[in-house]
Write a protein that binds this ligand. Structure first.
Ligand SMILES: Cc1ncc(COP(=O)(O)O)c(C=O)c1O
Length: 372
């Protein structure tokens, strides 16, 4: 099969296309924050424009941004990361492409949870790398556990915690065990930490607390509310940095310069706390509103609910399109995230104001009543 033929379409975009035709639809399908970026980041962006910062930056990123990110690891996790190990990328999407390119040869295998963020496998397909899907479920907190990898000939494992689509968080112990296993077996652990900062009761842990060899990816699209700025970062073991730099030089030259200046000022903890509190309130509202209707694992982070709709339907994609048509609520079919019992699930994103979430809950309730 042609390489690009293996890349799956993103069904949520079809839902979005249909949903946008109707003005009165409540949008619970989109995985991007509706809140404003930190005002200091916007001011820094305006200042960068006034100062005509229109040049490329070094390929690994602006020195001051790499230093600010290193400081973030010291402040938040008490982990020392040299700025020299940090590469700034166009979103975490750019970071995945760079990481896969430097870690994996064509034909090598990467373990990816099923369900998980759909683009991981598609990056693998683009590079002729083979995804090894690891079925995960509520019984094991949707984590990839070390014993699930035994006997699998994988060169890397890619996790996300908190997870899209489930909102579950690796426990400190599970993350440590997985990191130890990967170190022992010589497997690269890629940890997508883009939803850090949106963890509601517990403290999140970076994989770097447990292994210097872990490859950590994070960015400004979620907790920082800056998805359109297209800035992410990648932390690599020192021996891989030069390889990453060469890939970035050729594929991107550098991440967007104006956005990098904005990102330096985005670590405004007072503002970011308000963002997190807003999502925490929304999570309680929507979880409490829907938990009597469906089986839902209470999410610990991100802004998603992974909802088991199997008591109402055998096909959650049909169900999603039906909710859109009849209840005017857009949700994402589970099938977007893999093949492992995903026809039983839909994903809801609470990236809309509380008033709309309340209306969405009401419409879903009415829809289920009518369908009875
Ligand atoms: C788990 C996860 N990782 C990465 C991304 C990509 O984010 P970006 O490229 O904007 O950094 C997303 C976006 O939805 C995501 O859910």
């Amino acid at each position: 099969m042609n390489r690009t033929d293996r890349i799956t379409p993103f069904m949520v975009m079809d839902i979005l296309k249909q949903a946008r035709r109707k003005r009165e639809v409540i949008h619970l399908e989109i995985g991007e924050p509706d809140l404003e970026p930190p005002p200091k980041a916007v001011e820094a962006l305006e200042k960068a424009i006034k100062e005509r910062k229109y040049f490329y930056t070094p390929s690994l990123g602006l020195e001051e941004l790499r230093e600010r990110i290193a400081l973030f690891y010291r402040e938040k996790y008490n982990v020392d990361v040299s700025p020299e190990r940090i590469a700034v990328t166009p979103g975490t999407s750019g970071a995945f492409l760079v990481a896969y390119s430097v870690l994996l040869e064509a034909g090598e295998r990467i373990a990816i949870a099923d369900p998980s963020y759909p683009c991981y496998k598609n990056f693998a397909y683009l590079l002729n790398v083979e995804p090894e899907f690891i079925p995960v479920s509520e019984e094991t907190n949707y984590e990839i556990r070390a014993d699930m990898l035994t006997g699998k000939k994988v060169k890397a494992v890619h996790i996300s915690s908190p997870s899209n689509p489930t909102g579950t968080l690796y426990s400190e112990n599970s993350l440590k065990e997985l990191a130890d296993f990967c170190d022992k077996e010589g497997i690269y652990l890629i940890s997508d930490e883009i939803y850090h900062g949106l963890v509601y009761e517990e403290r999140e842990h970076t994989a770097l607390e447990f292994s210097d060899k872990a490859i950590v990816v994070n960015g400004f699209s979620k907790a920082f509310c800056m998805p359109g700025f297209r800035i992410g970062w990648l932390i690599l073991p020192p021996e891989l940095v030069r390889k990453a730099e060469i890939v970035i030089q050729n594929v991107f030259i550098s991440a967007p310069t104006l956005s990098q200046y904005a990102a330096v000022e985005a670590f405004d903890w007072k503002y970011l706390k308000k963002v997190k509190d807003t999502f925490a309130r929304r999570r309680s509202l929507i979880y409490n509103g829907l938990k009597r209707l469906f089986h839902i694992v209470k999410p610990k982070g991100a802004f998603y609910l992974w909802i088991d709709v199997s008591s109402y339907t055998k096909n959650s994609t049909d169900f999603a399109f039906k909710i859109l048509k009849e209840a005017l609520v857009a949700v994402t079919p589970g099938e977007d995230f893999g093949k492992n019992r995903t026809d039983r699930f839909i994903r809801i994103a609470y990236t809309r104001p509380e008033k709309e979430l309340k209306e969405g809950i009401k419409r879903i309730k009415d829809f289920l009543e009518k369908a009875r």
